[in-house]
Design a protein. Sequence first.
Length: 565
Amino acid sequence: MDTSTNRNPKILIAGAGPSGLVLALALRRLGISVKIIEKASTPSVGQRGPGIQPRTQELFQALGVLDDIRRHAISWPPMRSYVPPEGIIPLKTFRMAPAGNPTPDRPIADPIALGQDVLEGVLRAVLKETYSCEVEFGTRLVSFTQDAGGVDAVVVKGDAGQEETLTQRFDFLVGADGARGIVRKQLGLDFLGESRPSVKFIIADLRVQGIDEDHWHIWGDSKADSVMLRPTGKPGLFGLVMTLAGSDIDYDAIMKDHTVLQNTINIITGRKDLNITEVVWITQWTPNIRMTDTFSVDRCFLVGDAAHIHSPTGGQGLNSSVQDSFNLAWKLALVVQSKAPKALLNSYNDERLPVIAEMLHKSTGLLDRTVGDTSTTGDISRWERGGALFMFGINYRWSPIVVDEQDGDENPTAKAESPKDPYGIHIRGLKAGDRAPDASELKNIRGTSVRLFNDVFHFSCHTVLVFSSAPERYSTLLAQLAHYPQGLVSWIAVFPAGVSGSDTEISHVGAGFMILEDTKGHAYVGYHRRFEGGCDIVAVRPDGIIGAVVRSPEALEHYFAQIFA
């Protein structure tokens, strides 16, 4: 896979927000050439959705950018509400979620906060410096046509009076161009849902003096006037969220006049010592809760806000957008490389649509509980987060491409029609379609300690785990290795604690095979002991999802027959 050059792009990505950048990064990491364009002439400014959930951090780790992101991010600060009307004496100090403890299967326990503009800058830098892919700003998609062989896109580059129009052919087009983007509109897809014009927010990045940077500060009543100031990790810079009651509010004056903004904040907070020294970025926002009923039309796909928009309460939006791109990228790469049938791409819509529908339901419920009719003044429970919102439970158990022998040979129609639990609230056990757990303190035959996430799973390939030390379990499985494209499947024998692989008959079986001793039992607890019916073979997809849980080589071959051409 060539990741050093980016010539003859196969995929056009329209939009360079988080979803577009993550898709470009994932595809370039897999050796696919891409063109990523952004109609804005310069990078965006503003914190916007700053929350990065633990599951999304795992995906950033798989892309090799988590360390870069963490260098700029901060932990979520505790929240502090104040006694009116002076607004100086703290009423309550609390956290959205208790601090988590890393475990062998969940090494990342807590969300982090990072402004979207900074996140985008980190991703752009890695794309440019490592993968020779640079965002083309000031370039907009104006139209496209698709046929059985590809997509012809017309793009315009440059400012008015100096525009250049180009027509270029791609294998696929991905719309990451937001709620007003052209891709969804030209595909003729409806944006189904609702607007909440009665709920209005002013959102801004402000430099503020007179307040500590260790807390997220809250004044006022969510049903009336309120001000929230959240530290960003940049000295003196806070993210503002302000709600105002009444139909006669002059929002334009507040946003355009520094003095009016300052006076409004002073009145709501009761604080005269808060001094706004700079308005970095400001906008007005009204909730829209919408999604399309399909995320793909033949060779064109939608990711992120181009496919779904929603309330930021719960911190699911940016994370869902990143996970859209992560789900799509590895499938697109295989198809572009002619290593998978084009039908594999149908699973993107099959898998993501129910997850996003549930995400809209959750974030809308949190919006109502936090600032809507069901919110209660002084009730800090409306700020509670964590749990399912960390997104560990998101699954694709209903997916037509996953295979699970624990319940016998499942009827594909029955699986598709079975009740779905996309966030994993009520599911038990571990099945195909679930997030693959991590496991630490495994040891290879050289005695080196490894863990699944850091050293075994790779975004470039499937990983097959076999929980057995019996040589007969491997003869047929290893023979299958030659059937699959080279470098796209790695094989791991996981031995129980106390059983070393150095003296076994399968210790030298060739490239692409690794033997690990589960010295503390973490892998067996996380996987094998949670499986039923003698299933000891697990295929983990490049996106960290379990693709198959089987007991037989034939069932594993059935799974891979859907993946590879």
